[in-house]
Design a protein around this ligand. Structure first.
Ligand code: IMP
Length: 199
């Protein structure tokens, strides 16, 4: 079965492809499609945005579609950047600018109050509108400066006490084994045989 992965984020694509590598599905990237409607991520929740992305692409392509909406929530910032994680420092902000803004916002906040979590909602949508959600969450702490060169997004600032390193200092397979997206994808993978039977 072909599944369109509705993301243009290369970091996410790599993680999703790795975690579904042994499944009887062929993943199609947005970049391989002729035209895809523009999707405005204006939902208040990760679930609403994931479903909107997946539904828009499933309707446009006529193919089952998987979309992830994920982000960082920081308790000391009232849950920000949350659904705005990709655009925290502005509309076309890159990872470096978003990380700089996060550090500015947390300036002076002590280590004990820098707890954060990555959250992921994965929506699997059929062209007829049927939708399933799979979620994952990972807790950590925001450092005062970045460490490591792997991963993407806020990975260099996200420190995992129990592993003694940031997500950007971990090989991809180790990140996938514990990450918010890894958890959601494993839940999707477990449900896949049943989902395939409903198609
Ligand atoms: P989305 O593409 O709208 O879901 O935006 C997700 C944003 O959240 C990304 O651009 C990153 O800034 C952040 N993010 C989500 N997952 C991760 C991750 O695994 N590591 C680091 N940053 C992440």
């Amino acid at each position: 079965m072909k599944i369109v992965v509705a993301t243009s984020n290369a970091g996410k694509l790599k993680e999703i492809a790795r975690l579904l590598a042994d499944q009887p599905v062929e993943l199609i990237n947005l970049a391989d499609l002729d035209s895809v409607p523009e999707i405005v991520e204006d939902g208040d929740t990760f679930a609403a945005n994931a479903e909107k992305k997946a539904l828009t692409v499933a309707r446009a392509t006529g193919q089952p579609t998987l979309a992830d909406d994920s982000g960082l929530t920081v308790a000391a910032l009232g849950g920000a950047p949350g659904v705005h994680s990709a655009r925290y420092a502005g509309e076309n902000a890159d990872d470096a600018a978003n990380n700089r803004r996060l550090l500015q916002e947390l300036e002076g906040v002590p280590e004990s109050e820098r707890s954060a979590a990555f959250v992921c909602d994965l929506a699997f949508v059929l062209p007829d509108g049927r939708c399933w959600h799979f979620t994952g969450k990972m807790a950590g702490r925001i450092l005062n400066e970045g460490r490591g060169t792997g991963g993407f997004g806020y990975d260099p600032l996200f420190y995992l006490e129990e592993h003694g390193c940031t997500l950007a200092e971990m090989p991809l397979d180790r990140k996938n084994a514990i990450s918010h997206r890894g958890q959601a994808l494993r839940r999707f993978r477990e449900a896949l045989p049943k989902l395939l039977r409903t198609l």
